[in-house]
Design a protein around this ligand. Structure first.
Ligand code: TXA
Ligand code: MG
Length: 322
């Protein structure tokens, strides 16, 4: 029922036509696969929430082809412009004050006066945005609360029959969702704030800004990013973190050279970029190998650079299930 399209001009044109008709199309980005719908069309946006089974208080990221398109939708304070110049296109999302008359469905931002914007670098995402000619709301293309998809097959495993099409662009190079930075607005204290660690290391952002990033005050009743929801990015099996080695009956999701015999190693050389790219696929593999009643033992991962985002996702995957 869900069409698989090739990342060639015909496939992109077909995807753009489906989107223009209000249908949902999953597409590759350099972070994870996104579930795209016309961000100006309330019916399409509602369809995204329905297909994902996502709680409607959780707003969506809007994807645009470049900074010029982004500036038509939101107001950019000077530090936001500096980040956009340095890191767009790329794995960075900026939450900014929504402009009057931006034309987005209010459902996209869940009624908030702000909007999350991202310019993806993946050539297929860029080609799709150009062919479609409008902003695309696109959360990760997985059922809410499950592991994000880094391959077209992951998208189909979760959403087959619930969306019109997926463009198969192979494996995602970064493998972690974008880093989200907030500027002003609800729950933020004025300065740039790290709302979600992700595919762009926070250290690189702080260096570009010349100041440390703030952290949002946690408020369980008003999540500002999935970071504040427990049990996110969860596989079916239970996880045990910081494991030196597996116990009997566990499957070992290892990191680094000191793991002989591990069935799955995020990066045998201890490379955090490689580990990020492998994380979600290996969580799925571990799940499949050990079964839903089993347990996954995960080696410690250094908590700097992309390791901070990897550890964030692992903590969420290990959190008690709601
Ligand atoms: O890498 C990514 O960011 C992927 C790819 C597809 O681009 N997208 C993605 O989107 O991860 P999503 O919807 O799964 O996560 C976006 C998060 C939301 O959960 C939400 O909490 C936060 O961004 N967000 C969106 N709009 C916001 C707003 N106005 N204020 C605060 N947070 C917002
Ligand atoms: Mg997601």
């Amino acid at each position: 029922m869900t069409e698989t399209l090739l990342p060639v001009p015909d496939g992109i044109a077909r995807a753009a036509r489906l989107l223009a008709a209000g249908e949902l199309v999953a597409f590759p980005t350099e972070t994870v696969y996104g579930l795209g719908g016309d961000a100006r069309d309330g019916r399409a946006v509602a369809g995204i929430f329905a297909a994902k089974g996502r709680p409607s208080f959780n707003p969506l990221i809007v994807h645009v082809p470049d900074l010029a398109a982004a500036r038509r939708l939101a107001d950019f304070p000077e530090p936001a412009l500096r980040l956009a110049a340095a890191f767009w296109p790329g794995p960075l999302t900026l939450v900014l004050p929504l402009r009057n008359g931006a034309g987005l469905s209010p459902l996209v931002s869940a009624g908030l006066p702000s909007v999350a914007l991202r310019v993806p670098a993946h050539p297929v995402a860029q080609a799709l945005l150009t062919a479609f000619g409008g902003p695309l709301a696109a959360p990760s293309a997985n059922p809410s609360g499950r592991v994000s998809p880094t391959r077209a097959a992951h998208v189909l495993a979760g959403l087959e029959g619930r969306i019109a099409a997926v463009i198969n662009g192979g494996a995602c190079a970064v493998g972690l969702e974008s880093t989200i930075i907030g500027f002003g607005g609800i729950g933020l204290n004025g300065g740039p704030t790290l709302l979600r660690p992700g595919g762009l290391p926070a250290e690189a952002i702080e260096e570009c800004l010349g100041q440390p990033l703030g952290r949002p005050a946690p408020d369980p009743h008003r999540p500002t990013a999935p970071g504040q929801l427990d049990s996110h990015y969860a596989p079916a099996a239970a996880l045990r973190l910081e494991a030196a080695e597996p116990d009997k009956g566990e499957i070992w999701l290892a990191f680094g050279p000191a793991a002989p015999g591990a069935a799955l190693n995020l990066s045998p050389t201890g490379d955090l970029v490689e580990a990020a790219a492998n994380l979600f696929h290996y969580l799925r593999e571990a799940d499949r190998l050990v079964g839903p009643a089993g347990r996954i033992a995960v080696s410690p991962v250094p908590d700097h650079g992309l390791g901070r985002a990897i550890n964030d996702r692992l903590r969420r995957a290990a959190a008690p299930r709601g």
